[in-house]
Design a protein around this ligand. Structure first.
Ligand code: SF4
Length: 546
């Protein structure tokens, strides 16, 4: 690549007057979200929680904090119980609010020590009615949190190095990382130093606490963190001259307007990842569209500019230097790390499947004891809502597998338990139209009985609304929550089916098939039909997504 000075400076991106792009001088807030962010930095709400709200209770909370800024510290009001999905779009936000919160704990890189696991378990048991869900972004979500308990929860988590800072809100969210970073025999390089450096330097930094919308990051020396659908991803690749480093991707995201990330064609050594990351976030902050919330993700800017222009702006305005051209990483099958695998150092790691990511404070506490008793201090969460135990001596593996199985954490799960994810759904989510977790778990149990022995990789992602938190478009069978006509014409909870999506080798979005709308009660019947049909037609070695 030519040095920066010799290249033609790109014309200033226009984006149209009034898209709310700060770099073009449009600083006036164009919607209520931009207004509350301008009125006060979301990070400042912590002082009010600790100083006022935790003492005076739920009713004392300023509405702009309650439905806006508290997200900057991982807090969302949860859905008031008993409101059906038909009312989601009809009621005002305050009518959906419960006085309890969901609290998201960020687990950057999916990295947990036994002490951290115990702290999460303690918070779950003492303050969250025992709830704990592992999310598909490696976080843990707790429910039924009272505002009065939040300072004590932070004290418990922060004493072991965990945090809820910018776990939600228009901020840099949790940094995804390979759960087997540093131990994998296959990884190109260990991305952990970059995950840690970004988290330490930039999370909680007011320079990046007012972004147009959320910003998602993935870093891996393997291809195990859904790099195609993050705002920025660093994917391990070997440069023919410079050796192992990262290929940079930008502008991926799902929701109602899904887009796959684009490569910038740039190779970045690991020590430069934080600087390049900050440049990409800076572009998003300064040039991102702030007028409409549904066009504010980075993917819309990348789609309008294209990768070449994005790279030019990154190099010229944010880095002040040219990046090194680099090769594309080979497309690989996604890996989920389930089962027993050998580490580089001769020990083993064991991947287990809690059903649809749902565990509990009690299970996590017992898991910590089991992990410690088997000589390990490291647990990992995955982007498939699963768990890994690292550093297990070879002679302790089978004992660990048995102990985990007794906790309902299977190391040799069926394809259905292994490949099914579900978002939060109507149980707690204010945007939900249908129930997800319990239905998906029921479907897994049913399918295991009906299709015993089915052994082809299969992903079934169950979502409670079109927002795609559990990645409907990239599943073999993606289920989007909606109301559908039931018997007698009444509207009942159901799903629009998307078939044939995938990541990795088969990266692409599933097709929404006309007429494939099913009532929620038909979920296992439908999946059974699709799987039986596939099994009958399947040619040798064919994967589901082909
Ligand atoms: Fe809530 Fe919809 Fe996201 Fe599910 S997909 S967690 S229902 S917003």
């Amino acid at each position: 690549m030519a040095p920066v000075e010799q290249r033609t400076r790109p014309s200033r991106p226009t984006g149209g007057k009034g898209n709310g792009q700060w770099a073009l001088g449009h600083r006036e807030p164009l919607n209520a979200n931009e207004q509350f962010k301008k009125d006060d930095d979301g990070l400042n709400v912590r002082a009010r929680i600790e100083g006022v709200y935790a003492h005076r209770g739920f009713d004392s909370i300023d509405p702009a904090d309650l439905r806006g800024r508290m997200r900057w510290w991982g807090l969302y009001t949860q859905r008031r119980p008993g409101i059906d999905g038909g009312k989601t779009a009809v009621l005002e936000p305050h009518e959906l609010d419960d006085e309890y919160f969901m609290l998201r704990v960020r687990i950057d890189g999916g990295q947990l020590t036994v002490a951290q696991l115990r702290a999460v378990a303690e918070v779950s048991t003492r303050y969250a009615r025992g709830t704990a869900d592992i999310t598909d972004r490696q976080n843990v979500q707790l429910h039924w949190i009272r505002i009065e308990d939040v300072p004590a929860i932070w004290a418990t988590l922060e004493a072991v190095g965990l945090s809820t800072t910018e776990a939600c809100g228009d901020t840099p969210r949790v940094v995804l990382g390979s759960p087997v970073a540093g131990i994998s025999e296959e990884e190109v390089l260990d991305g952990t130093p970059a995950v840690d450096a970004i988290t330490e330097r930039y999370i909680g930094d007011p320079a990046f606490s007012n972004l147009p919308r959320k910003f998602k990051t993935a870093i891996s020396g393997l291809q195990d963190v859904a790099h195609e659908i993050n705002d920025v991803s660093f994917v391990g690749v070997v440069h023919p001259e410079h050796g192992p480093g990262f290929d940079v991707w930008v502008g991926g995201g799902l929701s109602t307007n899904p887009m796959l990330a684009q490569r910038l064609g740039a190779w970045v050594p690991i020590e430069d990842v934080p600087e390049v990351w900050a440049g990409v976030v800076g572009i998003f902050r300064d040039y991102g569209y702030r007028r409409l919330r549904n066009r504010a993700r980075l993917k819309f800017l990348v789609s309008d500019w294209g990768a070449e222009r994005f790279r030019e702006v990154l190099e010229q305005e944010y880095l002040g230097r040219a990046l090194t051209d680099g090769p594309a990483p080979p497309a690989l099958d996604p890996v989920d790390h389930m089962g027993v695998h050998r580490q580089r150092d001769g020990r083993s790691y064991v991947g287990v499947a809690p059903t649809v990511g749902r565990v509990s404070g009690e299970v996590l506490a017992r898991l910590a004891d089991v992990v410690e008793a088997h000589g390990s201090d490291r647990v990992r969460t995955t982007v498939q809502q699963k768990l890994l135990v690292l550093d297990v001596p070879e002679d302790r593996v089978e004992s660990l597998v048995e102990a985990l199985d007794a906790l309902g954490l299977q190391a040799r799960p069926s394809r259905f338990r292994r490949g099914t994810m579900a978002c939060t759904g109507i149980e707690f989510c204010k945007l939900a139209i249908v129930e997800t977790k319990a239905r998906a778990a029921w479907a897994v149990d049913e399918l295991e009985k009906r299709l015993d022995g089915f052994d082809v990789p299969l992903t079934v992602n169950v979502n409670g609304c079109p927002n795609s938190c559990a990645r409907i478009q990239t599943a073999d069978i993606g289920l989007k929550g909606m109301l559908v006509p039931g018997p007698g014409g009444a509207q009942v909870e159901g799903f629009q089916v998307h078939l044939g999506g995938g990541l990795g080798l088969d990266a692409g979005f599933g097709k929404k098939l006309r007429g494939h709308k099913i009532a929620a009660d038909e979920l296992p019947d439908y999946v059974e039909r699709v799987v039986r049909h596939f099994a009958e037609q399947r040619t040798e070695g064919e994967r589901f997504a082909q």
